[in-house]
Design a protein around this ligand. Structure first.
Ligand code: C2E
Ligand code: CA
Ligand code: CA
Ligand code: CA
Length: 277
């Protein structure tokens, strides 16, 4: 009995050791990724449902890992959040996206392109120098604040005591604010009534099964109508089928994003799409 107890103990330890080692390796790689220029920004179109034209793009981070290939944010953003590296990475994404957007606006004047959306993490949102850093990025890239949308999750807003003040300062700069992943957190639309938010993004978990699940369908309907009563526009995420699109159009949902229109694209593919619209 003693021997098997010891064997179990050692097994447990070696597994923990292996996973701690893998984590440490990932963290070391993550720390070096910026200087080694391994991050990429992908762009997924956001479509205006009234006109069918591309309103803008959401900037989505990817990591071209030297051994593991192209990684999605879910593979490394949790660790980046935990270690605080997300702050530096987040500003890198914001800078790249603003610079790219300004380049597109200057070189392709006859398009419908208006907005670049960038995700802001919980950690970034609570940094004391947030407003200053964002101001610097707009200055150095030349992008007008009215072309920038910041996406902030409802939990980031609810967890931050200074949220209203920070959001108001961002709005005063002329930046548009969007609540991301709406429906997955614990806030209510009524509670968000006082926040200077202009767009609400319904999480794709509500959109994806709408053709089959009657309850999700009703939730989407309620969110859209409440948002409209509060004077807030709605973006539906994760639209994959024509059927979902028709449903959203019937609700007068303003914008949509999803594989039905396009997957996230690298900057060259994104510009090809703009030029053909
Ligand atoms: P998110 O902000 O909710 O972004 C939307 C995610 O849904 C993206 O995943 C996108 O590729 C995916 N998606 C879009 N349309 C469809 C669809 O029709 N079907 C399905 N199944 N998926 C769709 P992605 O790029 O893997 O990003 C995952 C999450 O990582 C993002 O969720 C966001 O929370 C986070 N993230 C990405 N880039 C950044 C960043 O620069 N900073 C921060 N802080 N977080 C980021
Ligand atoms: Ca987002
Ligand atoms: Ca989202
Ligand atoms: Ca999401």
């Amino acid at each position: 009995a003693k021997a098997s107890g010891k064997a179990r103990f050692e097994l447990f330890n070696s597994e923990m050791y292996a996973s701690a080692l893998a984590r440490l390796q990932l963290e070391t790689d993550l720390r070096r990724a910026i200087e080694r220029d391994e991050f990429r920004v992908y762009y997924q179109p956001i479509v205006s449902l009234a006109s069918g034209s591309i309103l803008g793009f959401e900037a989505l981070l990817r990591w071209q890992h030297p051994e593991r290939g192209l990684l999605n944010p879910t593979d490394f953003i949790p660790l980046a959040e935990e270690t605080g590296l997300i702050v530096q990475i987040g500003y890198w994404v914001l800078y790249q996206a603003c610079r790219q957007m300004q380049h597109w606006l200057v070189n392709h004047r006859n398009t419908s392109l208006e907005k670049i959306s960038v995700n802001l993490s919980v950690k970034q949102f609570s940094q004391p120098d947030l407003i200053e850093r964002i101001g610097q990025i707009l200055n150095s890239t030349g992008l007008d604040a009215k072309n920038l949308v910041l996406e902030i999750t409802e939990s980031a807003i609810v967890e931050n005591g200074q949220a209203i003040a920070t959001l108001s300062q961002l709005q005063e700069l002329g930046i548009e604010l969007s609540i991301d992943d709406f429906g997955t957190g614990y806030s209510s639309l009524e509670r968000l009534y006082n926040f200077p938010i202009s767009v609400l993004k319904i999480d794709r978990s509500f959109i994806n099964p709408i053709s089959t699940d009657k309850r999700n369908l009703e939730i989407v309907e309620i969110i859209v109508s409440l948002a409209h009563k509060l004077g807030v526009n709605v973006t539906a995420e994760g639209v994959e089928t024509k059927e979902q699109l028709t449903f959203l159009q019937n609700l007068n949902c303003e914008y949509a994003q999803g594989y039905f229109f396009s997957k996230p694209l690298d900057n060259l593919a994104a510009i090809e799409l703009i030029r053909h619209c």
